[in-house]
Design a protein around this ligand. Structure first.
Ligand SMILES: *Cc1c(COP(=O)(O)O)cnc(C)c1O
Ligand code: SF4
Length: 347
């Protein structure tokens, strides 16, 4: 498939520039370095530091508030408990997360993996034999979900190598990428990347991209172009968003985000309730607030534009519905993936 590419700067240069910008940015929080891309820096210039985009990436004094940082967990959704071989997390029977890198294009201040991601971390090439062995012993796994870090931080040949390794495991039918690149370095979706994906496409039943996006301000011409390129490669595109205080915690903003995505052919998939993360309490809404917003969205959006509102249980109990059709009030308990009631404390 031939894609016209008018991008002047290869994405690698933009990626490298991100690190330079971050060095110039004196970071308030030494625990979690500031990391912006040129694309995000431009947007912050346009919308302001105190805008929905600015707040997602710029450190705030609230992160340092001891009463805030005291909350939250080292491993907010119990990834480590389900890490079966290095780089593979197997929590649900049919699907496994693959974590090929700890590197991201940006550092989102509310990130639930903030203890694991790092820009120093080497982008590395996993030893596939142990992963392949595990998958062959677990043929119930039919889907591999690339996450991270951000899997698109890897070079195309490394991604290709891993895709070809997964294609050798007969039970793997679905490949999913979770990525933040379309909002941060949309130039990443270039002709070389698409050619690589097109070459691997035939090995799998479906190739799915889940793009992380929280604000309608993240949608622009470059973003739309990247979506068009991906759609042209026979790839399903879905979105995931995090419900964040002072970023998108109202029905109007979210309805605009989801309906615009829908118009571009992106199906809203998840709206995550913000996790209990160190230094990110100022982003959290209560479940009561979240449920009220979601209830309003239900009437404003067609069913297919409405994502699942979910919460990830810290015990590893999985992603469970956060909405309750009976009451906005929160009882303190949620039903986990095993069907048991489990205490979940709002911080
Ligand atoms: C969220 C998550 C998945 C993906 O779950 P879906 O509901 O299929 O999107 C898979 N594995 C782990 C460990 C997860 O946390
Ligand atoms: S892109 Fe994802 S993994 Fe990376 S910092 Fe943002 S939320 Fe965390």
């Amino acid at each position: 498939m031939k894609v016209e590419t008018h991008w002047q700067t290869p994405w690698k240069d933009l990626f490298r520039q991100s690190r330079e910008i971050s060095r110039q940015h004196s970071s308030l929080s030494s625990q979690f370095e500031t990391l912006l891309t040129p694309h995000i820096q431009e947007k912050i210039k346009f919308f302001g530091e105190d805008s929905p985009i600015g707040r997602q990436y710029l450190p705030s004094l609230e992160e340092e508030d001891p009463s805030f940082t005291a909350h939250g967990l080292q491993d907010p959704i119990a990834d480590q408990k389900y890490s079966v071989v290095p780089g593979l997390i197997h929590r649900y029977p049919n699907r496994a997360l693959y974590l090929p890198t700890a590197v991201c294009p940006v550092h989102c201040r509310y990130c639930f993996r903030r203890n694991e991601i790092s820009q120093q971390a080497k982008i590395f090439n996993r030893d596939f034999s142990s992963i392949q062995n595990y998958l062959i012993q677990h043929p119930e796994i039919n889907e591999i979900i690339y996450t991270g870090g951000d899997p698109l931080s890897l070079d195309d040949p490394l991604i290709e190598k891993s895709l070809l390794a997964f294609s050798k495991v007969p039970s793997i039918k679905y490949i999913r990428f979770h990525t933040r690149f379309l909002s941060t370095i949309p130039e990443r979706i270039d002709s070389g990347f698409l050619e690589m994906l097109a070459g691997c496409r035939k090995h799998f039943d479906q190739l799915i991209f889940v793009i992380h996006i929280n604000s309608p301000d993240e949608i622009c011409d470059k973003f739309e172009q990247a979506i068009k390129y991906l759609s042209s490669a026979n790839i399903q595109i879905r979105s995931q968003s995090v419900l964040l205080k002072n970023v998108n915690d109202n029905a109007e903003t979210l309805a605009q985000l989801f309906s615009t995505l829908a118009s571009l052919g992106v199906t809203p998939y998840y709206l995550h309730h913000a996790d209990n993360v160190y230094g990110a309490k100022h982003f959290q809404t209560s479940l009561e607030e979240g449920r009220k917003i979601y209830q309003q969205l239900r009437s404003q959006l067609s069913g297919w534009m409405l994502p699942h509102y979910v919460i990830d249980l810290p015990s590893g109990g999985g992603k469970v519905p956060a909405y309750n059709p009976e009451t906005f009030e929160y009882s303190g308990q949620l039903i986990n993936r095993f069907g048991q009631s489990e205490a979940y404390h709002q911080s």
